[in-house]
Design a protein around this ligand. Sequence first.
Ligand code: ADP
Ligand code: ADP
Length: 229
Amino acid sequence: KGAIAFKDVHFHYDPDRPILKGVSFEVPAGKTVAVVGPSGAGKSTISRLLYRFYDVQQGSITIDGQDVRDVTQKSLRAVIGMVPQDTVLFNDTIAYNIRYGRPGASEAEIEQAAEVAQISRFIKELPEGYGTKVGERGLKLSGGEKQRVAIARTVLKAPPILILDEATSALDTTTEHEIQSALDIVSKNRTTLVIAHRLSTVVNADEIIVLKGGEIAERGSHSALLEQN
Ligand code: ADP
Ligand code: ADP
């Protein structure tokens, strides 16, 4: 479940400046496809179109053959889990932020999700644990910590489709490894679209798409792409 298909997708924010000029690719159900390319190539735009923050101007995006424009925002968000690059958390407790993925979740399930997201040890050391408030009016978390809370939320929600907008080099190496291993666990057996900033982080992707100038310049496995370049 959750096969994604982009067919001849054209998109622009500003009519004078096309961002995507006929992009076609598929993510078979349960597989992982990574989109790489220079900054500004339109990688994050691809994830925003799938999540319908914007709609395509030409072409189509389908999930299991159904056009995303025919799906309500609510049901679309129920099948897609998004771990954005800059996670914005609610001004509430850590527990609230993780439970947002599945309101009925028990405390034990929240802890399990935090464990998978490699953030449980950090939370346990906080004076108020899972009851610690975060955000503007609470504890200030680093980018990596926020992202791991967002990963825990996604682990709990367990959606069939996952969009990962990878963390940037702003993260230190330890944090990056922790996040990477959490993401590897989360994306197993899910249809996953990774927006990658470096080829080195997507070694295990089933296919890598190189986006340049609004078009797919190259595509293939990690090893095939390394041989060509
Ligand atoms: P990437 O993820 O590959 O770095 P993006 O998809 O974020 O690229 O952006 C592609 C291009 O679209 C960039 O030139 C960016 O400045 C522009 N862009 C992104 N978001 C908007 C927006 N909301 N309005 C106008 N232009 C935008
Ligand atoms: P829901 O539809 O379940 O209320 P949201 O759409 O508010 O969920 O958010 C789902 C995920 O997408 C959250 O992790 C949130 O941080 C992220 N998100 C929401 N709006 C944006 C945005 N404009 N750009 C990037 N990520 C966003």
